[in-house]
Design a protein around this ligand. Sequence first.
Ligand SMILES: Nc1ncnc2c1ncn2[C@@H]1O[C@H](COP(=O)(O)OP(=O)(O)OP(=O)(O)O)[C@@H](O)[C@H]1O
Length: 278
Amino acid sequence: MKMEQPTMGAMQMSFDDKQKVSATSSTIKMSARDVKVFYGDTEALHGINMDLYENEVVAFIGPSGCGKSTFLRCFNRMNDTIDSARVTGEILLDGRDIHDKKLDVVQLRAQVGMVFQKPNPFPKSIYENIAYGPRLHGLVDNNKSDLDEIVETSLQRAGLWKEVKDRLDAPGTGLSGGQQQRLCIARAIAVSPEVILMDEPCSALDPIATSIIEELIDELKGSYTIAIVTHNMQQAARVSDKTGFFHLGDLVEINETREIFTNPKDSRTEDYITGRFG
Ligand SMILES: Nc1ncnc2c1ncn2[C@@H]1O[C@H](COP(=O)(O)OP(=O)(O)OP(=O)(O)O)[C@@H](O)[C@H]1O
């Protein structure tokens, strides 16, 4: 995929235009402590430490293969689904170890929802795409009006309600790519998550659909903690409060997004954001 490589000057302008304000949240939602991930014998992540704060958007940037997606998947144990993957270290959600044997992984993945690169609605109606999770998690007693309300609220929060309210029985797969991605966000929202992980959620979308999702991310952070992997540095600058730069399986630095793009501490970060390597 082609990467945007804006200059520092261009990046500065986008900050000035938006007058982006630094994050103010101080409550840690999730923490990673000395997290390593191995695929077979290969160590892909070399002991990462990071805190995700409530109501904050953190962007993970870095060259292809540096471990951004692998690290993102640690927060809801999606690496468990990869046979060769082994995770060590500690990941805490509200101070609780998510690898605790008593913890229900299905419940964890509702609390820590995920949106993927390619929109992946179920081959079901728009309504059923949203209703499935709340039913599975017992959030409603199959009470139609409660379920209707969850479906409507979730679609509203994902900015899709107006476009689909008259065709809730139509297949989710019949929507445009951008609409499908918002459907997937609505599906994640429907099970009352606290954290939403997004793995390049706009990479398959056109610029208009991308900007709708970016606006949505800005709204959603009022209610959720969001971590987003992106190849697009302009996008990281637009949507995130903090940015972490990864390189060869290490988290080189994480800081306020403005700092990362205007005053990086590590020469590797500077080389990356100025397009010297990618
Ligand atoms: N399922 C897997 N099996 C074996 N190795 C894997 C697997 N998934 C990722 N890796 C390896 O782990 C390393 C990190 O990959 P990862 O996909 O996390 O990086 P990334 O920064 O998200 O890359 P990209 O930006 O290209 O998506 C790479 O060397 C990759 O080849």
